[in-house]
Design a protein around this ligand. Structure first.
Ligand code: UGA
Ligand code: MN
Length: 341
């Protein structure tokens, strides 16, 4: 009997051994031991953490494909985004704490800057110290960045009752950015690059950065939705130079344009010692007072098809309605408890 049982067992094994081998192999793979012994590939089931990392890598790969297609769409040659020798665009952004800050930094700036090669974002918080939110945001942004802070003294801060134009905004923060550049290039007589001042509530198009890339001195272009008109823009004469300004508000400013309407060559800015923004410039003359220290009108380089295309909009964001939040706060509830927005 015993030998019959053994015989049947042997036959069964002969019939099923392939399946058994596969089963044993799968078990070994699952528990990781097999490849641990061979020492080459660890197939331990991925931890939650590495599974998330893998998901992120796949998502980033998808994003790269998307970005490449966007660059192609704008006819930006591959050389432009793969060439490490491109002049870097240093974008200086003043920013301050408010409920929609992260939304602005995300949608209006980060999402666009990710499409721009060789961009270094200098974010300057108007605050006595750097905030955790902005630190985390920049760390995970995937952008080359520098995080600074510079608070505006109380006497230069807008009061709630003040109209917006009463005090200049972002001035000391832009200067902190310029100073950082001065110290970074202190030993470089002729650094290559471009400086652009990008407020955190404007709308920027990818092409804008393509236009400003080869700024020899100061380049200029139209800005939409500013100064009470649809477009404020430099007018270009037949000799290709800026002849005058089309603006509604204070059209007689020496440089009648918004902060978003020009970029400066890095060497030009750094080689003129001490050029900065003035907190006490007459209202509306912030840009003019700064540019007069650097350039004359004839030397400006008109971009965006001789200033006939709009690539930047001076948008503003509506204040969020937080009436219910305020009501809840009064009874000790905070909808943002334990969550960052
Ligand atoms: C207009 C111009 O577009 C600005 O470039 C210029 O600085 C400003 O006027 C001015 O007159 O000073 P506007 O839209 O009125 O801009 O100003 P905001 O967008 O409110 O502020 C400009 C920048 O300064 C923004 O990036 C903002 O985040 C920052 N800011 C604003 C601060 O850093 N601190 C503040 O208390 C307020
Ligand atoms: Mn603004």
């Amino acid at each position: 009997m015993g030998s019959l049982n053994l015989y049947i067992l042997k036959r069964r094994i002969r019939k099923w051994w392939k399946y058994l081998v596969v089963l044993i192999f799968l078990l070994a793979v699952y528990f990781g031991g097999f490849f641990h012994i061979t020492g080459n590939i660890s197939t331990t089931p991925p931890s939650e953490h590495s599974r998330n990392t893998m998901k992120e890598v796949f998502a980033l790969r998808r994003q790269i494909r998307l970005l490449k297609s966007v660059l192609k769409q704008y006819s930006i040659p591959e050389k432009e985004y793969s060439d490490v020798l491109l002049p870097v665009i240093y974008v200086i952004t003043p920013t301050y704490t408010r409920p929609q800050q992260k939304a602005e930094l995300t949608s209006r700036l980060k999402s666009v800057f990710l499409h721009v090669p060789a961009l270094h974002w200098i974010v300057v918080e108007d605050a006595p110290k750097k905030s955790q939110m902005v630190s985390n945001f920049l760390e995970s942004s995937g952008l080359t960045h520098t995080h600074l802070h510079q608070s505006t003294p109380q006497e230069w801060k807008l009061k709630d009752s003040d109209p917006k134009w009463r005090k200049p905004r972002g001035v000391l923060q832009r200067n902190a950015g310029i100073r950082w550049l001065r110290s970074k290039f202190a030993h470089d007589a002729n650094p290559r690059g471009v400086v652009y001042f990008a407020d955190d509530d404007n709308t920027y198009s990818v092409e804008l950065f393509h236009e400003m890339r080869d700024t020899h001195k100061v380049s200029v272009w139209p800005v939409a939705l500013v100064g009470g008109v649809l477009v404020e823009r430099p007018l270009v004469g037949s000799n290709g130079q800026v002849s005058s300004w089309l603006a509604g508000w204070k059209a007689d400013r020496p440089f009648a344009m918004d902060m978003a309407g020009f970029a400066v060559n890095l060497s030009l800015l750094l080689n003129k010692s001490g050029v900065e923004f003035s907190i006490d410039a007459p209202i509306g003359f912030q840009e003019s007072v700064f540019l007069e220290k650097l350039i004359t009108q004839e030397e400006l380089e008109p971009k965006a098809d001789l200033c006939t295309k709009v690539y930047v909009w001076h948008t503003r964001t509506e204040q969020p309605d937080l009436k219910q939040e305020i009501r809840l706060n009064k009874v000790g509830k905070h909808t943002d408890e334990g969550i960052e927005l």
